[in-house]
Design a protein around this ligand. Structure first.
Ligand code: ADE
Length: 224
């Protein structure tokens, strides 16, 4: 897969993707991630990318011209264009799975200031995505989140395929049960006895019960 991120802050988008699993996936040729500065497509002495809102109002908006130029230069026949914006549809694990399987080229446009001129959304964007109900200073942070979630699902990115199959938000839509490692006793706190039983079916039943308890407490909406 190839991913082109268009942003005013390429370093912010790339920094979290330069370590660990995503770094290895890039080295292994599973994904190529590039971040471009939108200003490279802006014209004039000041390479201006923003302007005031039509009809008045607080803040600035990203202008359409540099974005149209950037996307028209970077896109190909099977490109999917995403816009990171708090106005988008909430990004879920199912979207990560879908995007990991959707083809070989993503362009991720990062909003900034009050967002982007809506002609961009209408003409160029396939989907608007939000990573949650809060407002970040810029979409580059959100783009890094989406890239991380998608790339780790690409074949070969995780050493052990099972670790992405069993995790939270895979079916059946429960949070994961609590898990423990050694030592068996730490500051008087013991690992639950069931783990010492060696009884696989009992351990699975315990995990399911705890997964339901945890989901009820932290994410009751998942049980609806
Ligand atoms: N830009 C600013 N806030 C955002 C959010 N929550 N999701 C996606 N892009 C954003």
């Amino acid at each position: 897969m190839e991913i082109d991120i268009i942003t005013l802050f390429p370093e912010i988008a790339l920094a979290p993707l330069g370590e660990s699993i995503i770094k290895r996936a890039q080295k292994a040729g599973i994904v190529e991630i590039r971040a471009h500065n939108l200003r490279d497509w802006a014209e004039g002495k000041h390479r201006r990318v923003d302007d005031y809102l039509c009809g008045g109002g607080q803040g600035m908006l990203l202008k359409p011209e540099p974005i149209f130029k950037a996307i028209e230069e970077l896109r190909r026949e099977n490109t999917r264009v995403l816009l990171m914006t708090p106005q988008g549809k909430q990004f879920k694990q199912s979207d990560a799975r879908r995007l990991a399987e959707c083809g070989d080229h993503l362009i991720i446009l990062c909003g900034h200031y009050e967002g982007v001129d809506f002609r961009v959304v209408e003409q160029l964007v396939d989907e608007e995505l939000s990573i949650g109900d809060y407002v970040l200073t810029n979409g580059a942070i959100a783009a890094a989140v989406v890239v991380d979630a998608v790339v780790r699902l690409l074949p070969g990115a995780l050493g052990d395929a099972r670790s992405s199959e069993e995790e939270s938000f895979s079916d059946p839509g429960l949070l994961e049960a609590p898990s423990y490692t050694k030592p068996i006793e730490f500051r008087g706190l013991k690992v639950p006895d069931v783990f010492l039983s060696g009884h696989h079916a009992k351990i699975e039943a315990w995990k399911r019960e705890k997964a339901i308890e945890r989901t009820k407490a932290n994410r009751p909406d998942l049980l609806d």
